[in-house]
Design a protein. Structure first.
Length: 161
């Protein structure tokens, strides 16, 4: 024998009994590795679920302007919070269209709402309302279509990627 080995050399056809301490250290190392792997998988799952979660956009309505932040979101469930910082009542109409916000067809005092996917109605001055819509990829316009408000400038472009 030329030196001490913690693990006996196996001989052909002979079972080797490993010392208990050797097996315990291996088991502890393996369990630690599994714990780290589980933590990494959990972190990835949380990150993935965050991406799939609801996207939100804050829309400010005032006399006579609409601004959205952000002006672009990913497709899926989008929650709009419409905040009226003006004195007059406003609404938020969401329209899927290839037409720019400033170029919608106007009849009388209202813009065409062809392609409307939803709206948040009757937002009183100083108040906010929230609603979620499932939006597909494409170009949208956000308008207030209370008579005269679209013509007054209450419109903006919005993109869903």
């Amino acid at each position: 024998m030329s030196g001490f080995s913690p693990v006996p050399e196996p001989r052909q056809g002979v079972c080797v009994d490993l010392p208990m301490s050797f097996i315990s250290h291996r088991r502890v190392g393996l369990l630690g590795l599994l714990a780290v792997l589980a933590a990494v998988i959990a972190a990835i799952a949380v990150a993935t679920n965050s991406d799939a979660a609801t996207k939100s956009t804050k829309v400010t309505l005032s006399e006579f302007k609409i601004s959205a932040s952000p002006k672009s979101v990913s497709a899926g469930k989008v929650t709009f919070t419409a905040r009226n910082t003006g004195d007059m009542e406003h609404e938020l109409v969401i329209i899927k269209t290839s037409t720019r916000a400033s170029k919608l067809k106007v009849t009388g005092n209202r813009a065409s709402d062809k392609g409307e996917v939803g709206e948040i109605e009757d937002v009183a001055g100083g108040k906010s309302k929230k609603h979620s819509f499932n939006l597909k990829k494409g170009h949208y316009v956000l308008i207030c279509n209370i008579p005269g408000h679209y013509k007054g400038g209450m419109r903006t472009d919005f993109t869903v990627k």
